[in-house]
Design a protein around this ligand. Structure first.
Ligand SMILES: C[S@@+](CC[C@H](N)C(=O)[O-])C[C@H]1O[C@@H](n2cnc3c(N)ncnc32)[C@H](O)[C@@H]1O
Length: 519
């Protein structure tokens, strides 16, 4: 017989809300009749109650330290423990430590790349969590003694070990506490599949250590570090599959890791979309073979399957792996880049919009003495700037971050929305100030083309199409703009121009809402 809610509330002097939270986070469990089980209550009083963190945060939904509140019993249904353990972690903790366990369907999709196995093939998940990849590897036919799983979370490892034991009837010595970021590891594996921690919040010392250790100009990011580690411990001709945030495949910070990866044979690329509950970030995976027979890659999105040439990605600016566009779209990109062009790199001065530090304090809707109008990103439309709604005191010393004042005061500057998935550019010849939702550039004299021509070009549908297909971003970054082809030759032969003229010049046409190369 369990214990009534009221008895627990009275004995511990807590509110109903607190009790509900403790049940929700598995500190206490209930039986079929809705009573608190005696077993969980005794354990709770002995091991958990009175620990300062729990008392301080009694009314919070989840707890910071799962080890103090999550009890793993060898006899529990380990599959259930795995689910409950993940549920017991707070969102903050999951994000801080990159703990999102991989859904079964995503692992199935990644494992489509597996060939027929031999009895000696070894499998590793170097950050195995509660063992989702390990259990799937068993199902796929890897021998239990050839399956390895490492992690730094002892609770998760205990659950992974229990799951493994319950699946094969004997314990594994290979599922253990190993931190590959810190430990030297000489063993190599035939197959490594994983979903590493994304965006683990390293402390300052770890950042310095890892920057020195991996010393290849990469951003110190947990997912990128794990990709590099895996490359070091995969057998020649072995297979590596990694599930990563979509940003890994296109942002400049990961350019050097993509460059290294693209020297290996890509086998498969999948867009898993928003695969994780509670996480907006899209998940993409790659599978590579550790050799270099560059060839066609199988690509899969929610709606289609097709192949892409690996060489396309190698030719892309920044080694962007934009596999969610089709072969035909990739051909248009190569076609566009085959036309004479320059880029903006080294041809302009760039400036950021103003960060006031406190908009409520520094902006006003009425004009006061010594105030100037200031525009926001959304005041910029294609080719025009709306009248600003706000004024700012004209004293840069009071503001948190500004570009050199002379840049804002240039005769002609080209301003663009910063937070946008479209290119939205306009010419400012009225020396306006802009907030940081807009950025700007000032063309060097006598280079390339006139400001008006650049504004026209950037706003065209074809440049927008190219920008989206290449960078798939919601921020218009200088580094991306500097990679776009600027067709300055077009303007030499076109005094008057419209978008249609540009399409003609580039030998492309619109077709079903997208573009194609004219026959
Ligand atoms: C995104 S979870 C994925 C877990 C498992 N691979 C899966 O797909 O279900 C990332 C895992 O990496 C672990 N982790 C974080 N830092 C680690 C490190 N330095 N070494 C090994 N594992 C680590 C976390 O504890 C967590 O279990």
């Amino acid at each position: 017989m369990g214990i009534k809610f009221d008895s627990v509330k009275n004995e511990l002097n807590i509110s109903s809300a607190t009790l509900k939270n403790w049940i929700k986070t598995n500190c206490l469990t209930t039986d079929k009749k809705g009573f608190i089980t005696t077993e969980s209550y005794d354990y709770f009083k002995k091991n958990v109650l009175g620990k300062s963190r729990l008392n301080k945060r009694a009314n919070k939904q989840h707890f910071d330290n799962p080890d103090t509140v999550f009890n793993v019993n060898n006899n529990d249904d380990a599959e259930q423990s795995a689910i409950q353990y993940e549920q017991s972690l707070s969102i903050a903790q999951k994000n801080k430590k990159g703990i999102y366990y991989t859904p079964s369907s995503s692992i199935d999709d990644m494992f489509c790349a597996l060939p027929a196995l031999s009895a000696t093939d070894t499998f590793l998940d170097p950050c195995c969590g509660t063992g989702n990849f390990l259990i799937k590897a068993l199902e796929k036919g890897f021998k239990p003694e050839n399956i390895y799983g490492f992690d730094v979370d002892e609770t998760a490892l205990k659950i992974a070990n229990n799951r493994f034991y319950q699946a094969v009837g004997k314990h594994s010595n290979n599922i253990k506490l190993i931190n590959l970021l810190e430990d030297k590891h000489a063993q190599k594996y035939d197959f490594i599949f994983t979903n590493p921690p994304w965006g683990y919040k390293f402390n300052a010392q770890q950042k310095i250590n890892y920057a020195n250790k991996f010393n290849n100009g990469i951003k110190v990011d947990s997912s990128a570090l794990f990709v590099l580690i895996c490359l070091n411990i995969i057998q020649k001709n072995g297979m590596l599959g990694v599930l990563l945030p979509d940003a890994f495949f296109n942002i400049t910070a990961f350019k050097s890791v993509r460059k290294i990866l693209l020297q290996k044979t890509f086998v498969q690329l999948i867009n898993h979309n928003k695969a994780f509950d509670g996480l907006q970030t899209r998940a993409y995976s790659f599978v590579i073979k550790n050799n270099n027979n560059l060839t066609n890659i199988k690509c899969k999105t929610a709606t289609s399957q097709y192949t892409r040439k690996q060489t396309d990605f190698i030719k892309n600016p920044n080694y962007i792996i934009n596999f969610d566009i089709t072969e035909a779209q990739a051909k248009i990109i190569s076609h566009l880049y085959s036309y004479p062009h320059q880029t903006l790199a080294g041809k302009a001065q760039w400036g950021l919009g103003i960060v006031t530090g406190d908009n409520a304090k520094h902006l006003s809707t009425t004009k006061k003495a010594n105030c100037k109008p200031i525009c926001k990103g959304r005041d910029i439309n294609k080719g025009e700037i709306k009248k600003s709604q706000f004024y700012i005191i004209d004293d840069f010393a009071k503001l948190q971050q500004t570009a050199d004042k002379n840049l804002y005061l240039a005769d002609k500057k080209i301003v663009y929305r910063f937070i946008s998935s479209n290119l939205i550019f306009a010419l400012d010849d009225k020396q306006r100030y802009f907030l940081n939702s807009a950025n700007f550039l000032i063309l060097n004299q006598n280079t390339l083309l006139a400001e008006e021509q650049l504004v026209f070009l950037m706003n065209t549908e074809i440049m927008n199409w190219l920008f989206k297909k290449l960078f798939r971003t919601h921020k218009v970054l200088r580094s991306d703009l500097e990679k776009l082809p600027i067709f300055n030759e077009f303007f030499k032969t076109h005094n008057d121009y419209c978008e249609q003229d540009l399409h003609q010049y580039l030998n492309i046409e619109k077709h079903n809402g997208t573009f194609r190369i004219k026959k």
